[in-house]
Ligand binder design. Structure first.
Ligand SMILES: Cc1ncc(COP(=O)(O)O)c(C=O)c1O
Ligand SMILES: [Zn+2]
Length: 437
């Protein structure tokens, strides 16, 4: 294929790979230095971008001139990425009342993505489309759940066989989702780290392409469009970005997006990254706290703990071996951000509050993000006048058993006298007390 549109460039040695077909033939590594980390760069005229941002955006495919696909006929989509940034005033009021801060709080609603309602849909849509363009028929992925369901969905639509490797703590719902589309699941007896090793062995043995993790240029290119959408919907970049972090594709992609469009948006910079982990699997937070205490010695980013078989009940965030920490820590440091740990035990309280105040049912990883916002306020990490963006990555349908946690207003009765009308308002203080004690 004659690809004039883009190329991949190795982040380590600068080697240029002409297209994804060649990249796949190279087994997704740089042939010169062996690095897996290449970035996509385009020949496109960037002054087109502000034009594309005008008008309605149904999906991230609006930005096709800045995505690595040549033929629009290959697009596989369920309308993902055209999701709203909402202003959540009740969180602004809370910050004002409790901390005297005048801030704007925006929420990027990944739970409204068309495919599976997660963070992962834009990447899976782009992957399926690129595979269609190059006739890739087999793929495999190791996942804690959300990538698995999303890739299974989109690759099925593209007619690509996808073998999914799930750790033993992955949700039954994720497994069912993958099977339902006729894709095969290998449930690995062990944690996510072991799952990745087995998947890599399978990929090698059968010469099947495997998702290249958090620096996978396909994932990064899809997710960088978040930056375009924020500029379109908010008119600027947020000052602070909050996300529950597992491997960190989010911040990696934002940074790539910002660097890519600086020529048309001079002065554009990354937000302060505030990344949240649940206390039952928080290796990045532990590494960061130690580095901070030691005043960031040389090579601080290379030192991090590995948590074997993490106990967290949130499979999406169960990355106990944070191999991308060196990249993420540097981004967080450069933006003067932070990593914070929140109590996993309390995340349902945050999910209930959001359900009550916004009538939105969040999944557990998203509840971690919300909890992180409260944690960041408490730690004084948000300043007066700032705009904060919370990236919520999943709705409750990704974790059906989490729905049970939303129950707090039912009563058991056996006669009519026990049933009296209520006012919703009566629950409000109970819910707020639970998140502010
Ligand atoms: C809902 C949700 N939140 C957070 C994350 C973490 O994403 P990242 O790869 O940026 O760490 C994921 C993915 O693992 C996710 O699906
Ligand atoms: Zn290289």
């Amino acid at each position: 294929m004659n690809n004039q549109k883009y190329l991949l460039q190795c982040v380590v040695c600068g080697h240029k790979t002409p297209d994804f077909g060649t990249w796949f033939e190279q087994n997704q590594v740089c042939p010169t230095c062996g690095s897996k980390h290449s970035e996509v760069w385009y020949q496109t005229d960037y002054t087109k971008l502000p034009e594309l941002m005008k008008g309605e955006v149904l999906s991230f495919w609006q930005y096709l001139p800045f995505l690595p696909l040549n033929n629009a006929g290959n697009i596989v989509t369920c309308t993902e990425g055209g999701i709203p940034v909402q202003q959540w005033g009740f969180l602004e009021e809370f910050a004002k009342k409790q901390y005297g801060l005048d801030i704007r709080v925006h929420v990027y609603r990944n739970d409204l993505n068309g495919g599976t309602g997660t963070f992962k849909d834009v990447a899976a849509s782009l992957a399926a489309s690129i595979f269609k363009e190059y006739g890739v028929k087999q793929y495999c992925v190791a996942s804690t759940g959300n990538t698995a369901t999303s890739y299974a969905t989109y690759l099925s639509m593209a007619g690509v066989n996808c073998s999914v490797f799930l750790p033993d703590n992955a949700l039954k719902a994720s497994e069912a989702f993958v099977s339902a589309f006729g894709q095969q699941v290998f449930r690995v007896k062990g944690d996510y780290a072991k799952t990745k090793v087995i998947a890599a062995g399978y990929s090698n043995t059968h010469h099947i392409l495997m998702s290249a993790g958090n620096i996978d240029p396909i994932r990064v290119e899809a997710k960088k469009t978040m930056v375009f959408e924020w500029l379109r919907q908010m008119g600027k970049m947020p000052d602070v970005y909050i996300q529950a972090v597992s491997g960190g594709t989010g911040p990696i992609a934002i940074d790539k997006g910002v660097r890519e469009i600086q020529s048309v948006y001079p002065g554009l910079k990354n937000p302060r990254f505030i990344l949240i982990q649940p206390d039952k699997c928080d290796p990045m937070v532990q590494a960061w706290d130690k580095a901070e205490k030691d005043d960031f010695p040389d090579d601080y980013e290379k030192e991090y703990p590995i948590i074997e078989n993490p106990e967290t009940a949130i499979p999406t965030l169960a990355t106990g071996h944070p191999a991308t920490y060196p990249i993420i820590a540097k981004l967080v440091k450069a933006t003067e951000g932070s990593f914070i740990s929140i109590s996993e035990e309390k995340i349902a309280d945050f999910a209930r509050l959001i359900a009550y105040e916004r009538k939105v049912m969040l999944g557990p990883a998203s509840a971690v993000c919300i909890s992180g916002f409260f944690g960041a306020l408490k730690k004084g990490l948000i300043k007066d006048g700032e705009t904060v963006l919370l990236n919520v990555g999943e709705g409750v349908r990704r974790a059906p058993e989490f729905v049970d946690e939303m129950l707090y207003a039912s009563k058991d009765v056996d006669n009519v006298d026990q049933c009296t009308p209520h006012t919703m308002e009566s629950y409000r203080s109970q819910l707020w007390d639970a998140v502010t004690d």
